[in-house]
Design a protein around this ligand. Structure first.
Ligand code: GUN
Length: 293
């Protein structure tokens, strides 16, 4: 069993990005600039955005954090998006999700200029990704594919089972895994709450991507010997013994599943750091105008 080290892989890629940025700056080019909008004080979102700001520093990017209270109205938020769209110094930006229920996430996502949509959530990027055109790939799926690639995990003809059909992970990772070439060419099955015979479907899988947000959902009886298991779950479980007051739980019963696997990602330290590094890579591409002019 090989435990995939997302933290080390992410550190390697951040170092590659930082090197490229220092060369760009030495040539007199502009430092890439990522902006983030954070609404409210949700613990998870605060942590993710803080990690994104820190990663910007490590990569040599400029970053700007724009905060609103949870009761901000939709028009104010849309106005902030419009200002970032128009700001030539900002290469890319994100609006951290989830947003409070009184704000339409879809409306906000569609207000972002797709050329600055480094999260890859705008329908233009989603559509371009699905037909294999250059675009900003959404960060978690891109991070998962980078891990498969860096660990040389075969995907051609592999049976890949994706658990969960979210717009952020399940659907886009399925799309990427079925594209032509490596890391793709997989036979992909997307499972969700209406899937029949889920255990049997999972047992056929060479690669399982677990992204439902249900702690410990994938148990040993669902995993074939020699499978690769990628755990996208990051549920916060209250834990008084931790300084933070919680621990992160993945969607996989790691202790019992890991011995069966050829490769497995831990939580934390697997997919999480790769998500952030994929956002950094998109920001670099945005700064270089490598995808859209
Ligand atoms: N919330 C959970 N994951 C993400 C992400 O990748 N981007 C944004 N903007 N919000 C998220």
């Amino acid at each position: 069993m090989i435990k995939i080290d997302g933290k080390a892989t992410a550190a390697e890629i951040k170092a590659e990005i930082a090197k490229e940025v220092s060369e760009m700056v030495a040539r007199g080019e502009k430092r890439p600039h990522l902006a983030a909008i954070l609404v409210g004080h949700d613990g998870g979102s605060e942590t993710y955005v803080a990690s994104k700001v820190k990663a910007c520093e490590e990569c040599g990017f400029k970053s700007t954090l724009i905060r609103f209270e949870a009761d901000v109205d939709e028009a104010t938020l849309l106005d902030a998006v419009g200002k970032l769209n128009a700001d030539d110094d900002v290469d890319g930006f994100i609006v951290q999700l989830p947003l409070p229920a009184h704000i339409s996430e879809q409306k906000v996502i569609e207000a972002i200029d797709y050329r600055k949509d480094v999260d890859g959530f705008h329908p233009i990027n989603v559509g371009r990704q699905s037909i294999g055109l250059p675009c900003f790939h959404s960060a978690t799926p891109a991070g998962i594919l980078t891990l498969l690639e860096r660990y040389n995990i075969p995907t051609k003809g592999a049976n890949c089972v994706v658990l969960g059909r979210s717009n952020i992970v399940g659907k886009p990772v399925a799309t990427l895994l079925m594209q032509k070439g490596y890391p793709g060419d997989a036979t992909v099955t997307v499972c969700h709450r209406a899937t029949k015979n889920l255990k049997e479907v999972c047992r056929q899988a060479d690669i399982i991507i677990a992204a439902m947000g249900v702690p410990g959902f994938v148990t040993a009886d669902m995993v074939k010997e020699g499978a690769t298991v990628i755990d996208v779950g990051t549920t916060r479980i209250p834990d008084a013994s931790r300084k933070s007051g919680f621990r992160l739980s993945g969607d996989v019963d790691y202790e019992n599943v890991a011995p069966l696997c050829e490769y497995i990602t831990p939580v934390p330290g697997g997919v999480g750091p790769m998500t952030i590094v994929s956002l950094m890579r998109n920001t670099l591409l945005a700064g270089k105008k490598a995808i859209y002019k």
